[in-house]
Design a protein around this ligand. Structure first.
Ligand SMILES: Cc1cc2nc3c(=O)[nH]c(=O)nc-3n(C[C@H](O)[C@H](O)[C@H](O)COP(=O)(O)O)c2cc1C
Length: 159
């Protein structure tokens, strides 16, 4: 029997993660971004990183057209940014500082670290698509602490 959806979500919520904003564009000058914690390192040789994106999200199609994304790893000061990018609709980038990287994707200001990636593989996975990207430019931007997510709430290392 399949596991209940809410129970599955609750159990997976026990797996503490960092929090990222994944940014991309649609190849036509429109930028997109969504908060995501379904992000993982995949391979070292070559370096590969994955993110899982809901097919219903407004950003989803843009990944397929531009074939690039940036993983912006948030600091513990960036909960507001995480909440902003977790809501569909409004222009999420209004009032947010960023620069455009070599892939054309927004790199948010003051993040902990970022990886600009070119998509090498896409896998259909239930209601999400797994995008696997090869980082072409990366940086550890700050020597500060991460924003964490655990049991449905934001945490930091000392709380
Ligand atoms: C902590 C946190 C983690 C999330 N992780 C993911 C994720 O890994 N993949 C995903 O598709 N949505 C994830 N979401 C939900 C999206 O951020 C949310 O659906 C967003 O509104 C999508 O934006 P869009 O429709 O503008 O693309 C997460 C939300 C939160 C608060």
């Amino acid at each position: 029997m399949p596991v209940d959806k809410q129970e599955f979500r609750g159990v997976m919520g026990h797996f503490a993660t960092g929090v990222t904003v994944i940014t991309t564009h649609d190849g036509n000058g429109q930028r997109f971004g969504l908060t995501a914690n379904a992000v993982s390192s995949v391979s070292l040789e070559p370096p590969l990183v994955l993110c899982c994106v809901d097919k219903q999200s407004e950003s989803h199609a843009a990944f397929g057209t531009s074939k690039v994304f940036t993983v912006n790893i948030l600091t513990n000061d960036q909960e507001v940014l995480s909440r902003k990018f977790a809501k569909s609709g409004a222009d999420k980038f209004e009032g947010v500082g960023y620069r455009i990287g070599q892939t054309g994707t927004p790199i948010l200001n003051d993040v902990l670290a970022h990886l600009e990636c070119e998509i090498r593989h896409e896998f259909d996975a239930g209601d999400h698509t797994i995008f696997v990207g090869e980082p072409i430019d990366v940086a550890m931007d700050q020597e500060t602490e991460p924003l964490l997510y655990f049991r449905g709430g934001y945490r930091n290392l000392r709380a």
